[in-house]
Design a protein around this ligand. Structure first.
Ligand code: ASP
Length: 345
């Protein structure tokens, strides 16, 4: 019998609360270095894994941006063949945006990219960081009966659940169970054991090589509807300089004001070549353009349905598609395609 090869994992540390310490003067949390983090998790040595790490200059994830996503994706792509799985330590504030962006940038992913962090720094007595890090490593090392990776996608591990990255949203600034995927089931439930929901896991269609695309076009924005928005404000937002794509955050099943001026402003923006994708402000459910007149008018004006996509997935998908250099009509078509499990069509 041949001995089982030790799983080889790469930890990529980008910052976030998990590695922060308190500033002695201001008492505010600030990023700290990775060796401090690892020193606080001696249990890692109990895992029979080969673990390497890469440390970026640690940041609060409020400072994360497309160059940071490219840096993480490049690190994964350039070490892709050397490791069985990757664990990205990241702040929680923009974790769902990073998870969505990485899912698009790392095309044809066949290995686990598990993103985690914590609500309390790893040096604190009641920290959730130690458990999250250990569990993320175990998930990254998990295999199916035939030895292939159990997880073959970008996922967020937080407290009791593993969620698909591009379906996740930060739901709480205070609870340990801070993330949720409101429109897609959990990929695993973490209790005494790690119970994978195999039917929910993404399975890439063909065994094609990793396809890295790190160019994101940031000429995109959100427009959040609220009762009382004036024509002047809407026109100003729709005419933002250089804007190519807009995620319109609408009411309920994708509804917006039916007033003539509103629809006219939207239709004019679409005619100028701005791609507008409709995503609901509701945390659960999606856009159904034909359910109400208030949604039907948007569809007739040329707005694309975002179906049940999260706002984080919709905005990063727009950045990614425009980053590929596609025309507005090609972007609109690809928005209606499920690229990596981000949308139910
Ligand atoms: N502000 C922190 C960050 O996102 C919050 C956290 O990590 O929980 O980096």
């Amino acid at each position: 019998m041949t001995a089982r090869r030790k799983p080889r994992l790469l930890i990529i540390y980008t910052g976030g609360t998990i590695g922060m310490i308190e500033n002695p003067e201001t008492h505010a949390l600030q990023p700290f270095d990775f060796s401090h983090l690892i020193d606080n998790v001696p249990k890692i040595k109990m895992l029979d894994y080969h673990i390497d790490n890469i440390q970026f200059t640690p940041i609060d994830s409020s400072d994360m941006n497309p160059s940071g996503w490219a840096e993480i994706s490049n690190a994964i792509a350039s070490h892709y063949d050397e490791y069985d799985g990757f664990v990205v330590l990241h702040g929680t504030d923009t974790m769902a945006y990073t998870a969505s962006a990485l899912s698009f940038m790392l095309g044809n992913l066949h290995k686990p990219v598990i993103i985690t962090g914590s609500q309390l720094p790893i040096g604190e007595v009641r920290t959730d960081g130690e458990e999250n890090l250990i569990t993320a490593l175990q998930i990254a090392a998990a295999t199916t009966f035939d030895g292939s990776p159990m997880v073959q996608e970008v996922a967020i591990l937080f407290e009791n659940y593993l969620w698909r990255g591009n379906r996740s949203t930060k739901m709480s600034a205070d609870n340990f169970n801070a993330f949720k995927s409101n429109n897609y089931p959990q990929l695993a439930k973490i209790g005494l054991g790690i119970h994978f929901s195999e039917e929910a896991l993404w399975r890439p269609k063909a065994k094609t090589p990793l396809q890295l695309n790190t160019r994101m076009d940031s000429n995109v924005m959100f427009i959040e509807l609220y009762p009382g928005m004036t024509q002047q404000t809407l026109r100003y937002l729709l005419n933002a300089p250089g804007v190519k794509g807009i995620v319109l955050r609408t009411y309920g099943a994708g509804n917006a004001p039916t007033a003539g001026w509103f629809i006219e402003e939207i239709a004019q923006a679409v005619q100028r070549g701005v791609v507008i994708v409709n995503v609901t402000q509701c945390v659960n459910g999606g856009v159904h353009h034909r359910r109400y007149v208030a949604g039907d008018k948007l569809a007739n004006a040329g707005v694309i349905s975002g179906h049940d996509m999260t706002s984080e997935a919709a905005i990063t998908k727009l950045m990614y598609l425009f980053g590929l250099g596609l025309t507005p009509s090609a972007v609109a078509t690809r928005l209606n395609t499920d690229l990596c499990g981000e949308v139910t069509l």
